[in-house]
Design a protein around this ligand. Structure first.
Ligand SMILES: Cc1cc2nc3c(=O)[nH]c(=O)nc-3n(C[C@H](O)[C@H](O)[C@H](O)COP(=O)(O)O)c2cc1C
Length: 198
């Protein structure tokens, strides 16, 4: 059975990021996967110091919740990474998490992520797709660098209120479909529901 790990980088449980990540995981389970969700806001993930001890096999000296996440990522077949746009960037929670993925930027650890698929979730308030573009680019380039495959994106604009995405049945359905394809390995159209405001 394939395993899909969802990582919610919004501090708000029940918010738009959480709902979209959950919808993707619903689709993954419908395709036969087991799923798990991690809320970065509930964890202690300290900033990367760039000491590169992880590259020398020493493990990360931070000894925080990222150590458990390294194990969860290694055990997963695919990831779902979600963050709202905060000031035209990912949240500090998500940025801090991705910084710590430098752990995989060495021969010793890269095999834990290379070849794995990931889906990206980015809700935001404005109605201009250019607002989310830097965040999608951040994920796309980072995943490519780690030799992972960006399998699809759920980028939804106009999300001003907590839980507002529940009113967007089209986005929720697309997210479920993305989850299915994340597991099935079907061909995915990048940005398949980068809808912005309609
Ligand atoms: C600190 C902060 C900064 C934000 N910056 C932006 C922004 O630059 N552009 C934008 O469109 N929305 C911005 N938003 C709105 C959120 O992206 C939007 O409400 C999103 O749907 C929240 O997702 P969540 O419910 O998962 O937390 C910001 C919200 C906060 C709290």
């Amino acid at each position: 059975m394939k395993r899909v790990l969802g990582i919610v980088g919004s501090p708000r449980r029940g918010g738009n990021t959480d709902i979209l990540v959950a919808s993707i995981l619903d689709g993954a389970r419908a395709a036969g996967a087991s799923t798990e969700t991690v809320f970065l806001g509930g964890l202690t993930i300290r900033e990367c110091d760039g000491c590169h001890a992880c590259w020398r096999g020493a493990g990360c000296p931070k000894q925080d919740d990222m150590n458990g996440l390294y194990r969860a990522i290694a055990a997963a077949d695919a990831l779902v990474l979600g963050t709202p746009v905060y000031w035209y960037a990912p949240t500090a929670l998500m940025k801090g998490f991705v910084d710590r993925l430098v752990f995989y930027n060495c021969d010793r650890n890269r095999g834990d992520v290379s070849g794995k698929r990931a889906a990206v979730v980015v809700p935001y308030e404005e109605d201009d797709p250019a607002t989310a573009a830097p965040v999608v680019e951040f994920f796309a380039r980072s995943l490519h660098y780690l030799e992972m495959e960006l399998a699809g994106t759920a980028v939804v604009g106009g999300m001003a209120r907590k839980g507002q995405v529940l009113e967007r049945e089209d986005a929720l359905q697309s997210a479920v479909e993305l989850g299915r394809k994340l597991v099935d390995g079907g061909r995915l159209r990048e940005g398949q529901f980068s809808t912005g405001m309609e």
